[in-house]
Design a protein. Structure first.
Length: 423
């Protein structure tokens, strides 16, 4: 049985949480494969909005198993808070939520290191969510990290202390004053570890292999987006994990030939939160309007998201790198009322126009070349089927499908689970 993947194709916040929630009815297992609490995945149904950071977005389905894979980094404190928020919904977490023993732990001092590194960068800062993601993945690849499985060892507190001491030495090098109460943070940390240990801690790759053998349907849930990928994103303004399809192989232990469909999610326009180049970014009333109508504020940090037109050069790149088989277009409703819709189809560079995503997309090197399409004025949020979509939105979708050579199978017209149109 193949594993399907669901990935963000832009700079994150495409609406992955919403679509995973919608698709979960067709799957037995939802498995997160990378990232950590830098993610904020929003789901809305029955008038309630939920934001998940570490827990996969299939958690509200009555029977689906949700698995946090080895590629994920977990902050037990944030994880515990997520669990507490779920309490009113009576979800049988003890059987429905599994954690890989190979997942790495974010320590309080990882967060401190993140803050110190950002401060030291000054104007060149990444705009990190400051959740300790970078330092935790550095310890993973540096072979110093603490994994969930470490917590089952008798001497885990000594190992914690060793790693903490290493971090404190590193922090000395930064010579910065950070407003952080480490003692208090450690009290919370140790407390939350107990909560984490109540979940089934599993050999997740083995669990998934057995499930595949038994014919279970598995959906791998990505975090962030392809343009934040450590290799293919707008480096160094990226996150520290492989957000692209290959990340599902390493982050879950799934072989490439076990991958079935690759669902690529994108917004009908583009947003980015944090620093880094963004060729189609708007600094005018149009961008402001996208942000306002789209309620573009980060689900994790509350920061305003930068907004701009759809960048097809970047989107084609993401479709190619991930091997996307089906596209899902989100937030078409936000563009209602724009008389004209612009789409970037090439970049102007000092060497002439190019139609591929180059090494550096800084504003002094690339300027977007736009194609203009007709807008639509209708409110889409109440529409229930594809044949009700306005003519000019059909034309927009047809144009994108042709350019991307990939079908758009879902058009999302609002944040709620029900505001989802299948084509
Ligand atoms: P994720 O990180 O990819 O899961 O996305 P986020 O949850 O960070 O951001 C997506 C935001 O858009 C959330 O506030 C969603 O509730 C909202 N959203 C998702 N789909 C739609 C849509 O089709 N229309 C509108 N207006 N909002 C949407
Ligand atoms: P979801 O899963 C949007 C951005 C940060 C920053 C950069 C590095 O909700 O789509 P990090 O905390 O990883 O060191 O930050 O990546 N970033 C995201 N932007 N959505 C996310 O996740 C993001 N996770 C990280 O803003 O620019
Ligand atoms: Mg998000």
């Amino acid at each position: 049985m193949a594993v399907d993947l669901l990935l963000g194709l832009q700079w994150g916040d495409e609406g992955k949480g919403k679509i995973v929630d919608v698709l979960t009815q067709s799957y037995d297992i939802i498995a997160r494969f990378q990232g950590g609490p830098n993610a904020g995945h929003t789901l809305e149904f029955d008038g309630i909005k939920h934001v998940l950071h570490t827990i996969p977005s299939g958690i509200f389905h009555p029977t689906a198993i949700n698995l946090i894979g080895n590629g994920v980094v977990i902050d037990p404190v944030i994880f515990q808070k997520e669990i507490e928020k779920l309490e009113p919904f009576n979800i049988a977490l003890e059987t429905k939520l599994l954690i890989s023993k190979k997942a790495h732990l974010i320590l309080p001092t990882h967060r401190l290191l993140d803050a110190a590194a950002e401060q030291a960068k000054g104007k060149a800062k990444i705009g990190s969510t400051l959740k300790g993601i970078g330092p935790t993945y550095m310890d993973k690849t540096g072979r110093n990290g603490m994994r969930v499985g470490t917590l089952l060892l008798e001497d885990w507190k000594e190992r914690y202390e060793q790693l903490k001491q290493k971090h404190l030495h590193l922090l000395d090098q930064f010579q910065q004053e950070l407003a952080f109460d480490l003692e208090q943070a450690e009290v919370e940390f140790f407390d939350s570890i107990e909560a984490l240990k109540k979940c089934p801690l599993v050999d997740s790759e083995h669990y998934l292999h057995q499930a595949m053998k038994a014919g279970k349907k598995i959906l791998a849930e990505g975090a962030q987006g392809s343009l934040l990928d450590i290799d293919f994103g707008t480096y160094p303004f990226v996150t520290s994990s492989t957000t692209t399809a290959a990340g599902a192989c390493t982050g879950l232990g799934i072989a490439p030939n076990s991958i079935g469909d690759v669902f690529g999610i994108f917004k009908a326009y583009t947003t980015r939160v944090g620093s880094g180049p963004f060729p189609t970014e708007l600094f005018d009333a149009d961008g402001e309007r996208m942000g306002k109508v789209g309620n573009e504020f980060g689900a994790t940090t509350g920061r305003a998201r930068r907004c701009g037109w759809l960048d097809l050069v970047a989107l084609k790149y993401s479709v190619r790198i991930n091997g996307v088989t089906q596209l899902m277009m989100m937030k078409g409703d936000v563009l209602s009322g724009f008389p004209k819709i612009k789409v970037c189809t090439a970049y102007q560079t000092p060497e002439g126009p190019i139609d591929y995503f180059p090494y550096d997309v800084s504003p002094e090197l690339v300027t977007p070349i736009y194609t203009e399409l007709e807008g639509w004025s209708e409110d889409l949020t109440q529409l229930g089927s594809a044949d009700q979509l306005p003519e000019s939105l059909h034309a927009y979708i047809d144009f994108l499908e042709k350019e991307l050579e990939t079908p758009i199978k879902i058009v999302s017209v609002g944040p709620d689970r029900t505001q989802t149109i299948f084509r």
